[in-house]
Design a protein around this ligand. Structure first.
Ligand code: ACO
Length: 212
């Protein structure tokens, strides 16, 4: 039997439960535990080993692979940087029930949840989440550390900058550009470009706040 890569999961909330389920379905990996501020417990049968300060110790013990399972973009961004600085390689967690076209380009640290569809020549940046039943169509570019929430539909040739969050069920028509670190409220329909650092909601999506 092939030796399985030992993986530590960083985070132990609801998002981590979905990630654990996906990684457990991949025979390449063996999850050795999670990290979280609240230790001394198990999630989905996996022990919480301690908080993030134990990562260097785990690396010294020979664990080389990690996955940051945190839904919030800025915290995920910071923890991914910390894990990489410690020496870990970030794996991808791809559901066997997602469709990922052969020509899709994936970075590392990416979660693709059940029912998600990534169509031809889409490109997904490091540490991004394509959540349950979201679709990313042909030639889209999704930057690093984005979160495309459940049920979003992103049409072809859309570009989304780093750190942007599309709330549940957001729709984006083809060819749009959405900037970095913006937030689209649940149910928004994007029919015009959205700049960086904006909160936009509604149908059609309108900017209601500038974000810092
Ligand atoms: C598997 C998972 O669970 S993944 C997680 C998925 N989670 C989501 O998709 C959550 C998405 N979040 C939202 O849609 C939130 O409502 C946000 C981020 C847009 C706004 O949140 P907040 O910053 O707390 O804003 P707040 O709730 O104060 O609303 C501000 C205004 O926007 C309106 N608003 C908020 N959300 C929306 C929305 N989705 N569509 C239209 N209007 C909205 C509010 O009614 C309010 O209007 P008012 O000022 O006239 O009263």
């Amino acid at each position: 039997m092939a030796i399985r890569c030992k993986v530590v999961i960083i985070g132990a909330g609801g998002h981590a439960k979905v990630v654990i389920d996906m990684i457990q379905s991949n025979p390449e990996f063996e999850i050795i535990g999670c990290t979280d501020r609240i230790g001394n417990r198990k999630i989905s049968g996996i022990p919480v080993l301690g908080d993030d300060s134990i990562l260097p110790q785990l690396y010294e013990q020979g664990i080389r692979h990690a996955f940051v399972a945190i839904g919030g973009n800025s915290v995920r961004h910071q923890l991914a940087r910390h894990a990489l600085d410690t020496g870990f390689e970030l794996i991808n967690a791809i559901s066997p029930h997602a469709y990922v076209a052969d020509s899709v380009i994936l970075g590392s640290g990416i979660a693709v949840m059940p029912g998600a569809v990534l169509n031809a020549e889409a490109c997904i940046g490091n540490n991004s989440i394509i959540n349950t039943c979201a679709s990313v169509d042909h030639e889209c570019y999704i930057g690093e550390t984005c979160h495309i929430a459940p049920g979003c539909n992103i049409s072809g040739n859309v570009r989304i900058g780093e750190g942007t969050f599309l709330g549940t069920g957001t729709k984006v028509i083809d060819g749009m550009t959405i900037g970095s670190w913006s937030i689209l409220g649940s149910g928004a329909v994007v029919v015009k470009d959205i700049p960086s650092y904006c909160l936009a909601v509604g149908v059609p999506a309108k900017i209601i706040k500038k974000l810092t």
